[in-house]
Design a binder for this molecule. Sequence first.
Ligand code: F6R
Length: 240
Amino acid sequence: MEVIVVDNYDKLSKKAFEIVKESIINKPNANLGLATGSTPLGLYKEMVKEFENSKTSYKNVKTFNLDEYIGLSQDNEQSYFKFMRNNLFDYIDIDFENTYIPFGTASNVENECVRYNTILEENIVDLQVLGIGVNGHIGFNEPGSLFYEGVHVVKLDERTRNDNARFFESKNQVPTSAITMGIKNILSCKKILLLASGKAKAKAIYEMIHGDILETMPASALRVHPNVVIIVDKEAASLL
Ligand code: F6R
């Protein structure tokens, strides 16, 4: 694991963008794995800003999101589908046909998991962007998730629902389950870029890097992957 410590969130976003841009310059038809949440927002702003100025093209890029809430339709403002449109896809030249996110309102969620898993098997992700939960989750792989699982349905941890309640009007609007890439899918990506900012993430970052590799700390699975870059700001690195 390569760990890069930067001063603040702005530098974290710029450094992350350098790595994303490099992968697209090296391979204009790269498969990019994307995350939602607060952490990658600065990276997405950098991508949009640079697209407007220099026109790095995303025309041939395909994207694959980590997860989606079950029960939220694509036009729901809190869905991850909408999040990606609002924060990135609407502002770059990506072909929407090339953006993949599980359907949160699929009539059969188990079939939807199989469908999304097949898509991932057919399109190996070149660079997967990850955030990390305070409890060490990656994607929505909560503590206790099996390291060998592919795309699956997960019941969200109360801690995660509390953390995500800030995006909703009230906590009881936060869905109780989601479809997520499994750790197995994440470990199949060629390169992983994990971003973490703020003191609340310090313990999870410490345990991911220095703790035991355990299913109770999902992010610790990344230690078996040969190509992981972690960018943390000083606060998230404060226990290292
Ligand atoms: C998002 C995702 C989650 C977040 C994590 C951190 O698609 O899969 O694992 O990366 O919950 O969220 P933030 O960045 O909001 O702290």
